[in-house]
Write a protein that binds this ligand. Structure first.
Ligand SMILES: NC(=O)c1ccc[n+]([C@@H]2O[C@H](COP(=O)([O-])OP(=O)(O)OC[C@H]3O[C@@H](n4cnc5c(N)ncnc54)[C@H](OP(=O)(O)O)[C@@H]3O)[C@@H](O)[C@H]2O)c1
Length: 245
C-alpha cells in the first residue's frame, strides 16, 4: 500500500446509498481515491462522487452487480485501470430476505447466498489477487450472526459464511501485510433498514445507547480499519451496534 494516504485507492461495493455511501465519503476524507459502486441507482452514485469532489477528493462511479463474478472482477480491475492499483476493498453490497425457514423458497436461498456468500468469496479472491501489499479488506456482516432474529436465518447464515472466509483469508494473506476484518453493524438508519420492516421501537428499547445507528457510526469504524492505525488488527469481527448484542 502506498505510504501516503492520498495515493491509496479504494473500492466500496454498494456505495450509492446507506452505509456504503457514508464509507465512500469517509475513505475519501482520509485521502483515498474511491470507486463508488452501484447496481441500479446511478443518480445516487453520481451524487456521492459529486459530494466527494466538492470536498476536494477523487472518486468515480462504476456499475456492477456484485452477485455476478464477471462484473465484480471488472469492478476491481477499474481500480488499476483508472487509479493505478487497489489498496482497500470494503465489500458492503448485500441482499436481505425475512421469512420463516419453513416458508423460505429455494429462490430465497439462491438469491441470499449468491449475493452475500458467493459474492464475498469472489470479492476476497479477486481483491487478494490484485491488491498491493499492505492493503485493507473490510467485509460488512451484521449482528444477526450474533442475535439470531427469527425470520432472518438465510440472511444470517449467508453473512456467517462471509465471516468465516474472513478469518481464514486473514491467515492466508497476512504475510503480505494485508489485513482482513469484518464489521458487524446493528440496526442502522438506511433505506435498506427501512425496507426490512424491522421492529424499530423494540430494537431501540433493547439498545443501551438508545437509538438506531447512523451510517456514519459504522463508516468511522470502517475508516479506522482501512487506515494505517489499524495495521495490527486482522481476522477480527468488530461489532458496532450501540451495545444491542
Ligand atoms: N442497515 C442496517 O440496519 C444493517 C444492519 C446490519 C448490517 N447491514 C449491512 O450493511 C450493508 C449495507 O446496508 P445498507 O442498509 O446501507 O443498505 P441499503 O441502504 O439498502 O443500500 C444498499 C446498497 O447496496 C447496493 N447494492 C444492492 N444490491 C447490489 C448488487 N447486487 N450489486 C452491487 N450493489 C448492490 C445498492 O445499490 P443501488 O442503490 O444501485 O441499488 C446500495 O448502494 C449490507 O451488507 C447490510 O447487510 C445493514
Amino acid at each position: 500500500m502506498p505510504s501516503k494516504a492520498t495515493d491509496r485507492v479504494a473500492v466500496v461495493t454498494g456505495s450509492s446509498r446507506g452505509i456504503g455511501r457514508a464509507t465512500a465519503l469517509r475513505l475519501a476524507t482520509g485521502g483515498a481515491a474511491v470507486i463508488v459502486n452501484y447496481h441500479t441507482d446511478a443518480a445516487s452514485a453520481k451524487q456521492v462522487v459529486a459530494d466527494i469532489e466538492a470536498g476536494g477528493g477523487r472518486a468515480m462511479t462504476a456499475r456492477a452487480d456484485a452477485a455476478d463474478p464477471t462484473e465484480l472482477r471488472t469492478l476491481l480491475d477499474a481500480a488499476e485501470h483508472h487509479y493505478g492499483g487497489l489498496d482497500v476493498l470494503v465489500h458492503n453490497a448485500a441482499g436481505f430476505v425475512r421469512t420463516p425457514l419453513t416458508a423460505a423458497t429455494d429462490g430465497d436461498y439462491a438469491h441470499t447466498f449468491s449475493l452475500n456468500a458467493q459474492a464475498t468469496f469472489v470479492a476476497l479472491r479477486e481483491a487478494g489477487r490484485r491488491m498491493r501489499d499492505g492493503g485493507r479488506i473490510v467485509f460488512i456482516s451484521s449482528i444477526v450472526t450474533r442475535i439470531d432474529p427469527p425470520g432472518e436465518a438465510l440472511y444470517a447464515a449467508s453473512k456467517a459464511a462471509g465471516e468465516h472466509l474472513i478469518r481464514t483469508f486473514a491467515r492466508e494473506i497476512g504475510p503480505r501485510g494485508i489485513t482482513v476484518n469484518s464489521v458487524l453493524p446493528g440496526p442502522t438508519d438506511t433505506d435498506g433498514f427501512a425496507a426490512s420492516s424491522a421492529p424499530v421501537e423494540t430494537l431501540i428499547a433493547q439498545t443501551p445507547l438508545g437509538r438506531l445507528g447512523e451510517p456514519e457510526d459504522i463508516a468511522e469504524v470502517i475508516g479506522f480499519l482501512a487506515s494505517d492505525a489499524a495495521r495490527w488488527i486482522t481476522g477480527q469481527h468488530i461489532t458496532v451496534d450501540g451495545g444491542l448484542s
